[in-house]
Design a protein around this ligand. Structure first.
Ligand code: ARG
Ligand code: ASP
Length: 721
């Protein structure tokens, strides 16, 4: 009897507590109170859910921002100073760089507010409020509707909600689906457009270890940069003006010097981009066995070519550094992801789950009607996707984002098209001006010699690695005319084309007229890009679109059935570029049999990695001197300056730059990466190996103060000893 009672009580407890148990998950700020706060407090968090997210009082969310759309940042002073990653500010730092002022190599520090550099086009966005609007979005949606009618109704409801939310204020609003379209949330945002560069360490600190150390723990990268938000005199967003004043935020993070140790509570608050935790085994099979291998292969080639060019020439290094970082980042992640999926046996586990789920569905007539067709239909659809997806991705890797002259040539189509109908002089003038402006940006970072090598290699690979029926006709023609040896035609092409030289391009656009169109139609780069797109439009994209949108609908039901099957579990929604909270603790891990990684690194490790012969490991003299003389200031732990630490917070791309917060709500770090063994966490989180990597905030302070001599910036921060 006693045991029965106990069992009953336990069951009650499990069902009564809707709290999430594991550290895995990216949680919705609005629902922290409901689902997470209790567990967070058990783990050591000392504040309340209202301190994280509230619309009634200033709170952490008022200091977290989406930086430039792809990263996160946080405000660290009452004067709008923000910190994000070096790799998030990289594009801006690069834009201000030239051979004379090479801020990438040397770093940049504004020694007064006048010296801060403006960044046209860069915006930062704060969340003002969010709300569950599922009921409103579903208003008028009925079971009898066709899929198209349903989408139409939902879209018009969302537009209405969006419009209302942004009425009479200077906010913007959007509605986004959660749980694969089972729930909808409204987000109201405020965006600032005058954001200035304040400081960035040299790449030898901010990108220390480069692409070799990227995605790797132990890590020693000082991946941070500083910006300042400016507003109009009314503290509201304004276009750049020298009369703007530093933005006064509702809240800024106090910075802790206390440090971290294994087991300490940590929380990451930021903008994770996208994850696929609830997809069927078929999807993982596609990613792991069809898509990733093809993409890894072609990127390996591109990176080899660009790497060699960068190592041979200083200017090429500046021109291609950002491009290469981007290429290499995903390339390396895919490799780690495939290894992780293999190690975790994710496909097998999903298959096991699916067969249990199928049994459960088949045990009930109603369930069979509702869910019985999902998995068999997935099987059919993914067999198509397995072929179409790699074709589409591989083709754009070659033509749109591979050979640069080919990708760039497409821009001119909008001008050429204007000559087909009755030419409109005004439109032509604007199109020409736009092209000339985009050419400045393109050629600043373009090296024809490097591109020529890319052309020869990628044209060859496209012919070898895609089945002939997936190759565009124009390509096949060129290939046969040069007998498959693209090096034979490359020299002449690169010497003559208007797309490989800025002077030729400008002259061509300057005098562009009707007869130029026929000249353009003979340009091989232009011909290729048009034909490839025509080919994809006819043979790949429509079917790919149909299959993908049917899968999207299945995903909604698949999510519903998973939630129904496991009623006791609290599900977190996949990342979708909205603000989320992840929590957990500082934790090392076993990388492989017999190897345990401690959870933090120090400057000592930088000295160990020092190698002046390798660009990415060339430690600046000044840092060596500081180390030798042990001139560390108050930024130490056990006598060393800490650099990075890891924790088991669930993060993904977009979380870069996110504040890492301790139990007191103070800033202890800036998130920037994940450890290699656990990067498959976008598909399957591995509690024993998935780790987020953060910069220890004390290293940032040490660099600003001791290395850069910009210690004046610390005066405006709230530093807690
Ligand atoms: N892996 C990190 C992220 O996905 C950092 C990337 C930037 N660093 C680099 N060496 N490419 O964004
Ligand atoms: N480095 C990533 C970012 O830029 C973060 C990650 O993927 O863990 O957002």
């Amino acid at each position: 009897m006693k045991t029965k009672l106990l069992a009953f009580a336990l069951t009650l407890m499990i069902f009564a507590a809707p709290f999430s148990r594991a550290d895995e998950g990216m949680w919705i700020p609005l629902l922290i109170e409901k689902y997470n706060i209790k567990l967070m407090q058990e783990k050591g968090f000392k504040l309340s859910a209202e301190d994280i997210y509230s619309v009634n009082k200033a709170c952490m969310k008022d200091a977290v921002l989406s930086f430039g759309g792809g990263c996160t940042g946080e405000v660290i002073s009452p004067d709008g100073l923000l910190i994000t990653n070096h790799h998030c500010g990289y594009g801006q730092i690069q834009k201000h760089s030239s051979l004379e002022h090479d801020y990438l190599t040397d770093g940049f520090w504004a020694m007064s507010r006048e010296e801060e550099l403006s960044n046209p086009g860069l915006t930062v966005t704060f969340l003002k409020s969010m709300a569950d609007v599922t009921d409103k979005v579903m208003e008028g949606v009925t079971k009898e509707m066709t899929a198209e009618e349903r989408d139409k109704k939902i879209n018009s409801n969302m537009a209405e909600i969006r419009k209302k939310a942004a009425e009479g204020n200077n906010y913007s609003a959007f509605v986004r689906p959660f749980y694969m379209g089972n729930q909808y949330f409204l987000f109201v945002n405020e965006s600032f457009r005058d954001v200035r560069l304040v400081g960035a360490p040299p790449s030898s600190i901010g990108k220390f270890g480069g692409d070799t150390d990227n995605w790797i723990w132990p890590r020693h990268t000082g991946d941070f940069s500083l910006f300042r938000i400016y507003a109009g005199k009314d503290n509201k967003p304004a276009d750049y003006s020298k009369d703007n004043i530093p933005y006064k935020p509702l809240y800024h993070f106090p910075i802790s010097l206390k440090g971290v140790k294994e087991g300490d509570f940590t929380m990451v608050f930021g903008y994770p981009g996208s994850t696929s935790e609830y997809v069927p085994s078929y999807h993982v099979d596609m990613v792991k066995n069809y898509l990733n291998p093809k993409m890894i292969e072609i990127r390996t080639k591109k990176i080899d070519i660009i790497d060699a060019a960068m190592n041979s020439d200083k200017l090429i290094r500046i021109q291609y550094s950002a491009k290469k970082a981007g290429l290499s980042n995903s390339w390396k992640k895919w490799i780690g992801e495939n290894q992780g999926l293999e190690r975790m046996k994710t496909i097998d586990k999903k298959r096991e789950f699916e067969s249990k789920l199928t049994e459960w569905i088949n045990a009930d007539k109603e369930r069979i009607d509702k869910y019985g067709k999902i998995l068999p239909r997935y099987a059919e659809l993914y067999s198509k996707l397995n072929e179409l997806n790699p074709v589409s991705s591989y083709t754009s890797e070659v033509f749109s984002g591979g050979v640069e002259a080919i990708g760039f040539s497409r821009n001119i189509k909008s001008l050429a098209d204007l000559y087909n109908a009755t030419p409109d002089a005004e439109k032509i003038k604007t199109a020409k001006a736009n092209l000339l402006a985009s050419a400045d940006g393109f050629f600043k970072n373009y090296d024809a010699g490097t591109d020529k090598k890319l052309f020869i290699a990628l044209m060859t690979m496209y012919g070898e690695n895609l089945a002939p029926e997936w190759q565009a006709p124009e390509y096949l023609k060129i290939k046969s005319s040069c007998k498959g040896d693209f090096s034979k035609i490359a020299d002449k092409l690169y010497d003559k084309s208007v797309f490989t030289d800025q002077v030729r391009f400008k002259a061509f656009i300057g005098s562009f007229n009707k007869s130029s169109v026929s000249k353009l139609n003979k340009d091989l780069f232009y011909l290729l890009i048009l034909d490839v797109n025509k080919f994809l439009d006819a043979n790949v994209r429509p079917e790919l679109g149909r299959v993908s949108s049917e899968i999207q609908k299945l995903n909604r039901d698949f999510m519903t059935v998973q939630m129904e099957y496991d009623k006791a579990r609290v599900f977190y929604p996949d990342a979708n570029s909205t603000l989320r909270v992840s929590y957990g603790s500082i934790k090392g891990y076993e990388s492989r049999d017999g190897v345990y990684f401690k959870p933090y690194t120090t400057v000592k490790g930088i000295m160990e990695k020092d190698n002046p012969a390798i660009y990415d490991y060339d430690v600046p003299e000044k840092l060596k001197t500081l180390y030798r003389t042990r001139d560390f200031g108050p930024y130490t732990q056990d006598g060393e300056v800490p650099v990075c630490f890891i924790a088991n917070n669930h993060t993904t791309g977009g979380n870069s730059g996110s504040p890492v917060i301790n139990a007191d709500g103070h800033l202890i770090g800036v998130n920037f990466d994940r450890a290699w063994e656990g990067v498959a966490s976008d598909i399957a989180f591995n509690p024993s190996q998935s780790r987020n990597i953060s910069l220890d905030i004390r290293y940032a302070l040490f660099i600003i103060d001791k290395f850069a001599g910009a210690g004046y910036l610390l005066n405006e921060m709230t530093i807690v000893k």
